[in-house]
Design a protein around this ligand. Structure first.
Ligand code: FAD
Length: 382
């Protein structure tokens, strides 16, 4: 049997998981190639810790070069185009032919989609998180507005987690009474997937920590001169420090293909992650996976990683002979609450009818599990 060529685009959560599982399962005559423009990827889940000074950038990254030691052909290059008919990928490091393609290019940010947002702070990538951290060092008084620009966005709990960490940091500095924290989000309910009761309890809990959440509010524009954020409802809010969760979209190279839906994401089969193009799979943030209630599966690293593992297992089964498995849609996320505690969200997101999602009360245990998750990611256990 001639060796097969499997090419993986993107070495984040999903792509790295796919590459490692494929390499573990397939004999050496089958080539596993992973392309990413970055040599070092970083753990987005640790960015909220970075902004409050609990992490340093070099402590939340890992090198994709490590994949070479595991037999993966890692190519540090820009993916420039896809020829789906002739099964070719064009990169800044040359062309690649494939038998199977796994697209794991994640989501990128459109900083210009909301007028004025380009000048606001954010923490959704390393660069913006570093700048925000510097700004927070000298912030002791005033109003902080955190605005989710649009749905969908990565890691639905992240804006709430950031707000709770800010609350903890300002409390420790002894200036909490001088700082107002507001969150604006288009979501009608906070962490609505956890169910109406849990969602209301979570909002009330945030309220007790003097974090005010404004639901069903979509950011319309930011006026940096007058320091006012405007919302589509007609609401506006004066701020001293403006933080946005930027508008998300799929990578330009993906949007240029016929694989995407009108919103620019890649629709895939929820069970197999197959795209509409034979031989092409898509995983993680680049995709839209429908849940039974019609909403898309949240964009999260744990799903990207599980999807990458599943696609890899099924490709290995196809090549070597074996049974294909289905994606279960089970996932979890640790949400740090600051002050040494965290909570767990976990559930079966592809359950028939409604996702079955549990949100625990905050405890020391889940904060420790979040730390362990970070350590496991850095040492390539995840
Ligand atoms: C603040 C924050 C907190 C988060 N917290 C959590 C959490 O606690 N738990 C959790 O599960 N998830 C969390 N997430 C979400 C998680 O980071 C993403 O869902 C996950 O990274 C998606 O994995 P992915 O493989 O689809 O894409 P990514 O991890 O984004 O990887 C995509 C890769 O593709 C590469 N790429 C893209 N285009 C090209 C191109 N044209 N050429 C070459 N390379 C390219 C990129 O360089 C990147 O390395 C958080 C996200 C943020 C922003």
């Amino acid at each position: 049997m001639p060796g097969k060529s499997i090419v993986i685009l993107g070495g984040g959560f999903g792509g790295a998981a796919a590459a490692r599982t494929l390499r573990r399962l397939l004999p050496a005559e089958h080539a596993v190639t992973l392309v990413d423009r970055l040599r070092h990827t970083y753990l987005c889940g640790s960015l909220p810790w970075l902004i409050v000074g609990e992490r340093e950038p070099d402590k939340i990254s890992r090198s994709l070069g490590a994949l070479r030691q595991r037999g993966v052909r890692y190519l540090e290059a820009e993916v420039q185009g896809l020829d789906l008919v002739n099964r070719r990928v064009m990169t800044s490091g040359g062309g690649l032919s494939y038998d199977s393609l796994v697209i794991a290019t994640g989501a990128e940010y459109d900083w210009d989609a909301v007028p004025g947002a380009v000048n606001a702070h954010s923490f959704y990538n390393l660069e913006t998180a570093r700048k925000l951290r510097a700004a927070l060092r000298s912030f002791h008084k005033g109003c902080i507005v955190i605005a989710v620009s649009r749905l969908p966005y990565k890691c639905p709990p992240a804006p709430y987690e950031a707000a709770m960490l800010l609350d903890a940091m300002f409390t420790e500095r002894g200036v909490r009474k001088e700082v107002d924290i507001h969150i604006f989000t288009p979501e009608p309910a906070c962490l609505g997937l956890a169910g109406a009761q849990r969602s209301a309890q979570f909002k009330a809990y945030l309220g007790k920590r003097s974090i005010t959440v404004h639901n069903s509010e979509t950011l319309a524009g930011i006026d940096a001169d007058s320091r006012v954020a405007r919302f589509q409802s007609g609401e506006s809010m004066a701020y001293d420090l403006m933080i946005t969760v930027p508008v998300h979209r799929s990578a330009a190279v993906v949007r240029a293909t016929s694989l995407t839906n009108q919103a620019g994401w890649i629709p895939v089969d929820a069970a197999t992650l197959a795209s509409r193009q034979p031989g092409v799979y898509a995983i993680g943030d680049a995709t839209v996976v429908p849940m039974a209630n019609g909403s898309p599966l949240p964009k999260a690293g744990v799903f990207a990683s599980a999807e990458g593992d599943l696609v890899a297992r099924n490709l290995a089964a196809e090549i070597l002979g074996g049974q294909a498995a289905c994606f279960a849609g089970e996932g979890y996320c640790f949400v740090d609450h600051g002050k040494g505690k965290g909570a767990l969200i976990r559930g079966a997101f592809l359950s028939p009818g409604q996702p079955q999602v549990e949100l625990t009360s905050p405890s020391v245990r889940w904060r420790r599990r979040k730390e362990r998750f970070e350590a496991d990611w850095r040492s390539w256990k995840i």
